[in-house]
Design a protein around this ligand. Sequence first.
Ligand code: FES
Length: 173
Amino acid sequence: MLIGNYMVKFTDDKLNEVKALMARYPEGRQKSAVIPVLHLAQEEFGGWLDVPVMDYVAELLSITPIEVYEVATFYSMFNLKPVGKYMFEVCQTGPCMINGCDEIIDYIGEKLGIKPGQTTADGMFTLKTVECLGACGYAPMMQLGKHYKEHLTKEKVDALIEECRRGAVANNL
Ligand code: FES
């Protein structure tokens, strides 16, 4: 399957990973591997799940496309549109809210000139609000790639944006 100028096809290594994931479940229950396979697909195909990518996952797992869409649209860790190189996923659930996440979200938005759900024009940053990330004791917090950034303050946000711009933060894909 062709999307833009790249093929929707896992490399052989990734296909082996998919097979290993599917092998964890009994015959006929390969749908159970849908979440980890979607993670692999998101990593492999540009950080988000275009419809042809989800269709490809459905084909691999021998399930219907709607069974993949319903999972991908339910969980906030799956992106359904292109995202920036760095994605700030700021928790907005109760404990983070009472510790000032709204102010942090507004501040990031002002600094980057975007609202939650948007990406900067240069493709560098996406701001996203998410539900509890299980780090309530470190509120307010956000996820950036595979890392948590905790006890956020405006100063920490400034430093983080600066580090991203300098390329000093690992890409989140
Ligand atoms: S409420 Fe934000 S991490 Fe739990």
